[in-house]
Design a protein around this ligand. Structure first.
Ligand code: G3H
Length: 258
């Protein structure tokens, strides 16, 4: 019976990857909206995926922030770092998040738990273009941004547009704009509509989704029934070699049209 279940879930993973037009999906049982243990399971599944994808030796891993990423960081362990020299870098600055879920902190936690190293990226989230030019020429920032661009793997989560807009402290005018533009999902500070078109960008410093195609391994971690539409939309912007770690609730909603 266990074998039958396994085959069924493998089949569902294949179907989901096919529907989303990406290379691989991992589905953990349950609904992370209702049970935080499912989020932990997704964290462990994400580390397993990273362990499979990343070669031994030197690797730079670019990470994003958020509560899902916090769980992935918790699941990180020494074994993962055993045959690897790991350097974790935030793919972006803070994006208006509270400190404990910022990419800087996720990178630092992952480094500590795997016996690797990390670098921080302390830059303001919203800067004017002249400030941006100056900042990106600043040697320390430039070096970190170059590491990000040359990362072997990028790890991030996807959120629902309005939940994320509020969490990132966007004002009423911006919220109205997102509504007008039919924003449904957010990742990397980029808001997309159901067609997967970017309708608004929050920050300009760090990795842009358009640069993801050049990164050898891309792993997105997002689940819960309420994120299904966001995942479906955002995945339209991602490179085809993307792996998605999700849960059964999101997968069912996407596959059965919800
Ligand atoms: O951009 C997407 C968010 O980082 C997702 O945040 O993991 O807290 O839902 P979350």
């Amino acid at each position: 019976r266990m074998m039958g279940q396994h085959v069924r879930s493998k089949d569902q993973e294949t179907r989901l990857a096919h529907t989303l037009k990406i290379s691989h999906c991992i589905i953990v049982p349950g609904n992370s909206d209702e049970d935080t243990r499912i989020l932990e399971d997704m964290g462990h599944a994400a580390i397993k995926a990273l362990d499979f994808l990343l070669p031994v030796g030197k690797n730079v891993v670019a990470v994003m922030g958020g509560t899902t990423m916090v769980e992935v960081a918790h699941a990180m362990d020494e074994k993962f770092g055993e045959n690897r020299q790991l350097l974790f870098v935030p793919a972006r600055g803070g994006l208006g998040e509270s400190v404990d879920i910022q990419a800087n902190v996720i990178a630092e936690t992952m480094a500590r738990k795997s016996g690797g190293k990390s670098r921080a990226l302390y830059v303001p989230d919203h800067v004017r273009s002249d400030t941006y030019s100056l900042l990106s020429e600043e040697p320390e920032i430039k070096e970190t941004l170059q590491l990000v661009e040359n990362a072997s793997l990028v790890l991030y989560s996807i959120g629902s547009a309005f939940e994320m807009a509020e969490r990132r402290g966007m004002n009423d005018a911006k919220l109205r704009l997102l509504k007008e533009k039919n924003a449904i999902a957010e990742a990397f500070g980029e808001f997309v509509n159901p067609k997967g078109e970017i309708v608004y960008k929050l920050s300009r410093i760090g990795l842009q989704s358009s640069q993801m195609g050049r990164i050898p391994h891309v792993v997105a971690v997002a689940g819960g029934r309420r994120k299904a539409k966001a995942i479906e939309a955002y995945v339209k912007t991602v490179p085809p070699h993307t792996w998605l770690v999700t849960d059964e609730a999101a997968a069912n909603e996407i596959l059965n049209g919800g």
